[in-house]
Design a protein around this ligand. Structure first.
Ligand code: NAP
Length: 319
């Protein structure tokens, strides 16, 4: 089966590419700039050229639309990347005259945060609180309303693993012997290792009876930030001290970082949108639909997977 992956050179995309290749599919990397992946077909693509995009997808059986922005300097860029690009993919596959399945990598952020004692379900109305979440919810709407081909929408929770630059910041802080919590309140959240997402995508590809379904995906465990930090410290074999930062101070720090990002024209992980997300009550999702329809029941292995991620950062000189 030929499977095209948009954003195949990024953190999630490159893992999906390797996993599909290892499982005897024929992955095709769709990228905007030169990229090399052993044994994999690469198609450099100009997404603004409809004919070019349609031609690149004409011979594939499935498209995993994974490309997108998780942080930008402004809403226009976020919307163009997440909604505009999705619109183009949907138009292109609608014009192809054979069945071509679409799997869209959305995000938990499209649905929005949860209450601490009530994980969100796929059927809950979307209540995103950031531009990122809004753009993913609107991209989902484009697919639900306009896609004429079979499709699924996947909403992963926060993803960590080798090649991830966002969680790397937490590892860097831990390495200095520090961990920070904003305010006194513990905020439960779900997490997923990127290889677990790749396994989920394999089980979805192998199931053809779930057309038009949206799935939350996590490893089914509610973590606290303190727990995650403890696993990182364990992997590093260090002790670290937790600092509780008052919410007002954290808001100022995220605001200054946001401003600095605008000055240097580079979106930073610490920004005001991220602050809104981090200080939400909880980020919990209910993955029981994936369990019931796809048999998705991962073995939670966070300590081991954090250790593996740490080793990757070390051996690749990122830490
Ligand atoms: N990381 C997470 O925790 C997380 C959680 C849930 C969902 N997701 C979703 O997973 C997907 C991949 O995220 P990631 O963390 O792997 O991000 P990433 O490492 O930044 O990779 C993003 C990929 O998308 C491509 N891309 C970005 N804007 C584009 C545009 N306007 N046109 C074409 N390609 C574009 C990038 O290509 P270039 O290299 O050419 O810029 C890159 O290949 C995203 O859709 C994100 O919303 C991520």
């Amino acid at each position: 089966m030929k499977i095209a992956i948009t954003g195949a050179n990024g953190f999630v995309g490159s893992t999906l590419l390797r996993s599909l290749h290892a499982n005897d599919y024929e992955p095709i990397a769709l990228v905007r700039r030169p990229f090399n992946a052993p044994g994999v077909a690469i198609r450099e693509i100009d997404y603004s050229n409809f004919k070019h995009l349609s031609a690149a997808l004409a011979d594939v059986d499935l498209v995993i639309h994974n490309a997108g922005k998780t942080k930008t300097l402004g809403q226009a860029e976020m919307y163009a990347a997440n909604i505009g690009l999705t619109q183009k993919i949907v138009s292109a596959i609608n014009h192809i005259d054979h069945p071509i399945r679409l799997i869209y990598i959305s995000s938990q952020a499209a649905s929005g945060p949860s209450q601490a004692d009530l994980p969100r379900q796929e059927s809950d109305p979307c209540e995103p609180i950031s531009s990122y979440g809004k753009s993913k919810a609107l991209a989902e709407k484009v697919i639900n309303k306009q896609c004429l081909q079979p499709y699924n929408i996947v909403r992963p929770c926060s993803i960590y693993g080798p090649q991830d630059r966002d969680f790397l910041q937490l590892f860097k802080l831990c390495k200095k012997g520090l961990s920070m919590q904003i305010g006194r309140q513990e905020r439960p959240m779900n997490m997923l290792h990127v290889s677990q997402l790749a396994d989920f995508i394999l089980s979805l590809i192998e199931n053809n009876n779930v057309d038009s379904e949206t799935f939350f995906v996590s490893d089914n465990v509610a973590y606290t930030q303190a727990q995650v930090v403890q696993y990182i410290a364990q992997a590093m074999n260090i002790k670290n001290s937790q600092i509780t930062v008052p919410q007002v101070l954290a808001h100022t720090a995220f605001g200054l970082s946001d401003l600095w990002g605008k000055i240097i024209r580079r979106p930073l992980v610490m920004n005001l949108e991220k602050y809104k997300e981090i200080t939400a009550e909880a980020w919990l999702i209910d993955s029981s639909k994936a369990r019931e329809l796809l048999g998705w029941n991962p073995v939670p292995r966070m300590p081991e997977l954090i250790e593996e991620t740490y080793q990757w950062y070390i051996s690749n000189g990122w830490l």
